[in-house]
Design a binder for this molecule. Structure first.
Ligand code: ATP
Ligand code: MG
Length: 396
């Protein structure tokens, strides 16, 4: 006791509204926070009055912890916090240190917002605001007070045990803790869309693993590496670890090429992907499939196509990008960190096998006739047998 001490304050929003389930959601959030911070060493995480406090190991910078927690779904914001004893001198010193740092970062205006839940502390909130503000103005050159739109708000909370001060809040992604909504399986290509679709589904609390259909050596090794790198980014939003299933698709690809009318190739290919994905989802206890389809974006994404492709599976298929246009999706991809990987130029199976004139309204009878030539169930079984699990780790 008594020492000045640095830690993180995590604020969360939506999960607090879940009534009966609140405890369940909070426990999941704490678990995900611990998993995410594991690479920094052993952290102690405690819940208190609708907030979460993280005690970092010796020598770890609060900013590094805050950066990692900025990717945990359920987190609304994270602040590095100084905890000091219930003594005015200690509070003044800590406040000064935080504002000095902010001033070095270019801040010019500030205000102090004190809150006193511990009424035995000798100064009221108003007195603290004045006392601290004046102290900082005296000691730091170039700062002025702006109570309406300050660049830095120094919050000071006087609680029963300690005083907590913080001068910065980093936004988190919001949403629900991953795992609280069950499991899903994402069909992950190397494109821009599907990683975003996976991210959006994870944001709603779904624990999303991915399956990628790999057509090596028809496609290059670098095309596969792209997908692994995308999974690495997604891992950052899933506690640092991401399960990526690689399904070897080359023989199916070749079989389709041999025996199917060219304009139906994409439709047939997608139907095979959906069947295999559903088989894997069922083995893993996933309740939904997820794709990056967006209505009308390309030939295989007309409603007619979506319907003919969708009808081979029973599981619901989430398409979180259905209503977004490419620009919005691109912006999201940039924001979450997948865009630069997605635009690497290596072809995936789809760009390679796109027919010159794909059917925009694939006719179900023709699709069924083409599939009648193929040992569908055998192909699906064989693909599932050969599917491999890769555990992809986030960069820290
Ligand atoms: P993306 O940018 O996600 O590749 P796209 O606009 O290129 O999307 P399509 O190529 O038509 O769209 O693919 C539609 C969806 O099918 C993808 O979003 C993805 O969910 C799935 N998909 C396509 N190719 C593959 C693959 N090789 N492995 C796994 N899923 C795939
Ligand atoms: Mg694609």
């Amino acid at each position: 006791m008594g020492e000045r001490y640095e830690m993180l304050l995590v604020r969360y929003g939506e999960i607090g509204l879940k009534g009966q389930n609140r405890h369940y959601f909070e426990a999941a959030l704490v678990r995900n926070i611990k998993r995410t911070l594991k690479p920094l060493g052993r952290c102690r995480v405690e819940r208190s009055h609708g907030r979460i406090f993280v005690h970092l190991p010796e020598g770890v910078r609060a900013a590094d912890g805050a950066r990692l927690l900025g990717r945990v779904f359920g987190v609304v914001s994270v602040s590095p916090v100084l905890r000091v004893p219930l003594e005015l001198e200690a509070v003044k010193e800590a406040g000064l240190e935080l504002l000095r740092e902010a001033a070095r970062g270019g801040a010019v205006t500030f205000k102090v917002s004190a809150r006193r839940s511990n009424k035995s502390f000798p100064l009221t909130s108003m007195e603290l605001n004045r006392e601290l503000g004046a102290h900082i103005l005296r000691k730091v050159q170039g700062l002025s007070v702006d109570v309406h739109e300050p660049e830095v708000e120094l919050t000071v909370e006087v609680r029963s045990d300690y005083v907590y001060l913080s001068a910065a809040a980093f936004p988190g992604p919001g949403g629900l803790p991953v795992g609280t909504s069950g499991k899903g399986l994402l069909l992950l290509s190397g494109g821009i869309d599907s990683p975003v679709a996976g991210w959006m589904t994870m944001k709603r609390g779904v624990d999303v693993a991915a399956i990628h259909f790999d057509s090596y050596p028809l496609t290059s090794e670098r095309a596969r590496q792209k997908v692994v790198d995308l999974a690495r980014v997604l891992a950052g939003y899933r506690g640092g670890v991401y399960p990526l299933f690689i399904s070897y698709f080359t023989s199916i690809q070749k079989a389709l090429q041999r025996s199917c009318p060219e304009e139906l190739r994409i439709t047939l290919m997608r139907r095979m992907m959906f069947r295999i994905a559903e088989g894997l989802a069922e083995r893993r206890g996933a309740l939904v499939l997820v794709t990056g389809e967006s209505v009308g974006q390309v030939a295989s994404q007309t409603l007619e196509s979506i319907r003919v492709i969708n009808e081979v599976v029973n599981l619901p298929v989430l398409r979180p990008l259905a209503g977004m246009d490419k620009e919005e999706i691109t912006r999201k991809a940039q924001e979450i960190g997948t865009y630069d990987i997605s635009i690497r130029p290596y072809e995936d199976c789809c760009t390679l096998f796109v027919p010159r004139r794909p059917a925009t309204r694939p006719h179900r009878d023709k699709v069924l006739a083409a599939e009648a030539e193929l040992p569908i169930e055998e192909l699906v079984e064989e693909a599932l047998e050969k599917t491999e699990l890769m555990i992809v780790r986030a960069e820290i």
